[in-house]
Design a protein around this ligand. Structure first.
Ligand SMILES: [Zn+2]
Length: 160
Protein backbone atom coordinates (compact mmCIF):
# COMPACT_ATOMS: atom_id res chain seq x y z
CA UNK A 1 0.00 0.00 0.00
CA UNK A 2 1.19 3.52 -0.71
CA UNK A 3 2.38 5.76 2.14
CA UNK A 4 -0.45 8.29 1.91
CA UNK A 5 -3.01 5.48 2.05
CA UNK A 6 -1.19 3.94 5.03
CA UNK A 7 -1.61 7.27 6.83
CA UNK A 8 -5.33 7.38 6.01
CA UNK A 9 -5.90 3.74 6.99
CA UNK A 10 -3.98 4.27 10.23
CA UNK A 11 -6.05 7.37 10.96
CA UNK A 12 -9.28 5.48 10.19
CA UNK A 13 -8.26 2.70 12.59
CA UNK A 14 -7.57 5.32 15.25
CA UNK A 15 -10.98 6.90 14.66
CA UNK A 16 -12.60 3.45 14.98
CA UNK A 17 -10.57 2.74 18.12
CA UNK A 18 -11.74 6.04 19.58
CA UNK A 19 -15.37 5.22 18.70
CA UNK A 20 -15.00 1.85 20.44
CA UNK A 21 -13.60 3.55 23.54
CA UNK A 22 -10.31 1.67 23.22
CA UNK A 23 -7.98 4.42 22.00
CA UNK A 24 -8.46 8.06 22.97
CA UNK A 25 -7.66 9.93 19.77
CA UNK A 26 -6.29 13.40 20.50
CA UNK A 27 -3.30 15.69 19.93
CA UNK A 28 -1.12 13.39 22.08
CA UNK A 29 -2.02 10.12 20.37
CA UNK A 30 -2.40 11.27 16.75
CA UNK A 31 1.37 11.65 16.02
CA UNK A 32 2.35 8.16 17.26
CA UNK A 33 -0.69 6.69 15.48
CA UNK A 34 0.45 8.18 12.17
CA UNK A 35 4.11 7.32 12.83
CA UNK A 36 3.14 3.71 13.53
CA UNK A 37 1.17 3.56 10.30
CA UNK A 38 4.35 4.38 8.36
CA UNK A 39 6.99 2.69 10.53
CA UNK A 40 7.14 -0.77 8.90
CA UNK A 41 8.16 0.84 5.60
CA UNK A 42 11.33 2.24 7.18
CA UNK A 43 12.89 -0.69 5.28
CA UNK A 44 12.22 1.02 1.94
CA UNK A 45 14.39 4.01 0.90
CA UNK A 46 11.62 5.46 -1.28
CA UNK A 47 8.87 5.25 1.35
CA UNK A 48 7.58 8.38 3.12
CA UNK A 49 9.60 7.56 6.24
CA UNK A 50 12.50 5.97 4.37
CA UNK A 51 13.16 9.17 2.43
CA UNK A 52 13.53 11.09 5.70
CA UNK A 53 15.77 8.44 7.27
CA UNK A 54 17.52 7.28 4.12
CA UNK A 55 20.61 5.91 5.88
CA UNK A 56 18.54 3.66 8.13
CA UNK A 57 16.21 2.64 5.30
CA UNK A 58 19.11 1.99 2.91
CA UNK A 59 20.85 -0.29 5.39
CA UNK A 60 17.61 -2.10 6.23
CA UNK A 61 16.74 -2.51 2.56
CA UNK A 62 20.12 -4.12 1.91
CA UNK A 63 20.03 -6.25 5.07
CA UNK A 64 16.49 -7.64 5.05
CA UNK A 65 14.78 -6.15 1.98
CA UNK A 66 11.41 -4.41 1.70
CA UNK A 67 8.50 -6.15 3.43
CA UNK A 68 10.85 -8.32 5.43
CA UNK A 69 11.48 -8.24 9.16
CA UNK A 70 9.69 -4.94 9.72
CA UNK A 71 6.45 -6.47 8.44
CA UNK A 72 6.44 -9.36 10.91
CA UNK A 73 4.73 -10.16 14.18
CA UNK A 74 8.17 -9.83 15.80
CA UNK A 75 8.54 -6.20 14.68
CA UNK A 76 5.02 -5.54 15.97
CA UNK A 77 5.94 -7.09 19.32
CA UNK A 78 9.13 -4.99 19.49
CA UNK A 79 7.11 -1.87 18.68
CA UNK A 80 4.56 -2.63 21.39
CA UNK A 81 7.25 -3.34 24.00
CA UNK A 82 9.39 -0.37 22.97
CA UNK A 83 6.36 1.90 22.83
CA UNK A 84 5.21 1.01 26.33
CA UNK A 85 8.77 1.40 27.61
CA UNK A 86 9.40 4.81 26.00
CA UNK A 87 5.97 6.46 25.71
CA UNK A 88 2.85 7.06 27.73
CA UNK A 89 0.38 4.13 27.65
CA UNK A 90 -2.02 5.99 25.32
CA UNK A 91 0.80 6.99 22.95
CA UNK A 92 2.17 3.43 22.96
CA UNK A 93 -1.28 2.07 22.18
CA UNK A 94 -1.66 4.55 19.32
CA UNK A 95 1.76 3.59 17.92
CA UNK A 96 0.78 -0.09 18.11
CA UNK A 97 -2.59 0.50 16.42
CA UNK A 98 -0.89 2.41 13.62
CA UNK A 99 1.74 -0.31 13.16
CA UNK A 100 -0.93 -3.02 13.14
CA UNK A 101 -2.98 -1.07 10.59
CA UNK A 102 0.07 -1.00 8.31
CA UNK A 103 0.55 -4.78 8.49
CA UNK A 104 -3.15 -5.44 7.86
CA UNK A 105 -3.25 -2.96 4.98
CA UNK A 106 -0.23 -4.55 3.31
CA UNK A 107 -1.80 -7.98 3.90
CA UNK A 108 -4.67 -6.86 1.66
CA UNK A 109 -2.26 -6.39 -1.27
CA UNK A 110 -0.92 -9.00 -3.65
CA UNK A 111 2.52 -8.71 -2.04
CA UNK A 112 1.18 -9.76 1.37
CA UNK A 113 3.29 -9.66 4.52
CA UNK A 114 5.76 -12.25 5.88
CA UNK A 115 4.10 -12.20 9.28
CA UNK A 116 6.34 -15.02 10.58
CA UNK A 117 9.55 -13.68 8.98
CA UNK A 118 12.10 -15.19 8.29
CA UNK A 119 9.54 -17.75 7.15
CA UNK A 120 8.86 -16.49 3.60
CA UNK A 121 5.16 -17.47 3.56
CA UNK A 122 3.12 -14.32 2.96
CA UNK A 123 -0.08 -13.56 4.86
CA UNK A 124 -3.07 -12.28 2.88
CA UNK A 125 -6.36 -11.27 4.51
CA UNK A 126 -8.50 -10.85 1.40
CA UNK A 127 -9.60 -13.65 -0.91
CA UNK A 128 -8.69 -11.39 -3.82
CA UNK A 129 -5.72 -9.21 -2.88
CA UNK A 130 -5.27 -5.99 -4.84
CA UNK A 131 -2.21 -4.43 -6.44
CA UNK A 132 -0.39 -1.71 -4.51
CA UNK A 133 -1.32 1.73 -5.87
CA UNK A 134 -4.34 0.40 -7.76
CA UNK A 135 -7.76 1.99 -7.91
CA UNK A 136 -9.01 -0.73 -5.55
CA UNK A 137 -6.45 0.40 -2.95
CA UNK A 138 -7.85 3.94 -3.08
CA UNK A 139 -11.43 2.60 -2.89
CA UNK A 140 -10.66 0.42 0.13
CA UNK A 141 -8.91 3.33 1.83
CA UNK A 142 -11.82 5.68 1.12
CA UNK A 143 -14.39 3.13 2.30
CA UNK A 144 -12.51 2.51 5.55
CA UNK A 145 -12.10 6.23 6.16
CA UNK A 146 -15.79 6.85 5.42
CA UNK A 147 -16.84 4.00 7.71
CA UNK A 148 -14.69 5.38 10.50
CA UNK A 149 -16.33 8.82 10.25
CA UNK A 150 -19.80 7.24 10.19
CA UNK A 151 -18.91 5.41 13.42
CA UNK A 152 -17.26 8.47 14.98
CA UNK A 153 -18.44 11.72 13.33
CA UNK A 154 -16.83 13.94 15.97
CA UNK A 155 -13.37 12.71 14.90
CA UNK A 156 -13.54 15.08 11.93
CA UNK A 157 -12.59 17.82 14.39
CA UNK A 158 -9.10 16.29 14.60
CA UNK A 159 -8.53 17.36 11.02
CA UNK A 160 -9.27 21.02 11.74
ZN1 LIG B 1 4.63 -1.87 4.14
Amino acid sequence: MLGANHLLVGFACGVLGDAAGVLPLNAETLPPLLLGSLLPDIDHPKSLLGRRFFLVSGVMDMAVGHRGATHSIFALAATIIGGFYLLSPDMALALSVGFTSHLLADAMTKGGVPILWPNPVKMHILPTPFKTGSLVEYLVTGLLLGLSFICNPTAIKLLE
